[in-house]
Design a protein around this ligand. Sequence first.
Ligand code: ATP
Length: 327
Amino acid sequence: MTANTIRRIGVFTSGGDSPGMNAAIRAAVRTATKNGLGVMGIRFGYQGMIDDDFVEMYHESVSNILQRGGTILKSARSDDFRTEAGRKKAVENLRKHKIDAVVAIGGDGTFRGATVLHDEFGYPVVGVPGTIDNDLFGTDETIGYDTALNTAMEAIDKIRDTADAHDRLFLIEVMGREAGFIALETGIASGAELILLPEAVKKIEYIRNTLNDVFKVQRRSSIVIVAEGDETGGALTLADKLRDDFGKYDMRVSILGHLQRGGSPTSHDRVLASRLGSAAVQALLDGHRSVMVGVINYKTTLTPMHKTWSKKKSIDFELLEMAKVIR
Ligand code: ATP
């Protein structure tokens, strides 16, 4: 298939939703229609592709969604798409609707699926990184990450007020799956006394000693940020291990959970999503076939799709060291 045979594209969101997905859909739809392409929205990600849940989209279909969290195209995780029969059905439906290429908005799982779609069937796919976890290689930031950071930070600020009033020790668990990006940056932004991440595993003795040091300096509230994927097993498990030594500080656990996924995207995420949604369609028009659009050092970049999930993006260890100095 050559670049000029693309007449109609499919757009979908998949995996965990993230704030800014709607802004990315809007940008992709409008860039496509401005360039004379037809657009089909595919609802519920790969599952909708299999279930034939398609809807035609126009310029007006994406009016007034820029500021909304979630995704108007809905999202899903699909076990059927992991099977050959499921993928065959999905491609039959794509062909039935005369879709020549797809824009996939999601995380690493979504891009594994997109890689298979391209490699097995030759379908042109361009990925747009939409996940709060920021764990994709090939972009400095993913759509939704900045909003999630701000949401978590605001929640932790509120917890700090009550922790301070009672001189309490709070263990706060944040999202991020196997990655510690959210934990690291919210930890710094909220002045946490200790940040625990899967990328920098700490023994329980280290955690105890650090907290003892903190409470020795002055009796005061303390906040420990625990990434959900941390080796300690999460905030509740860690609390059990610390109860004997630190129970006297009226230790409490707070798991921020799904509130980190929702809400209106920040201006930063709206701009990022607009830029990447538009760049994805441009990449297809330019003849790219299995890539993800991202931003590296403020420049829009393309990364081969398979590298986005097979290579690991590292956290900034210098930032983690700095956090220890200023806690
Ligand atoms: P997030 O990181 O926010 O959770 P994600 O895109 O990583 O988002 P997943 O649930 O991991 O979310 O993946 C989304 C969907 O992609 C899966 O439900 C599945 O349908 C498809 N998928 C994932 N891995 C594969 C694979 N190896 N082969 C085919 N399809 C896959």
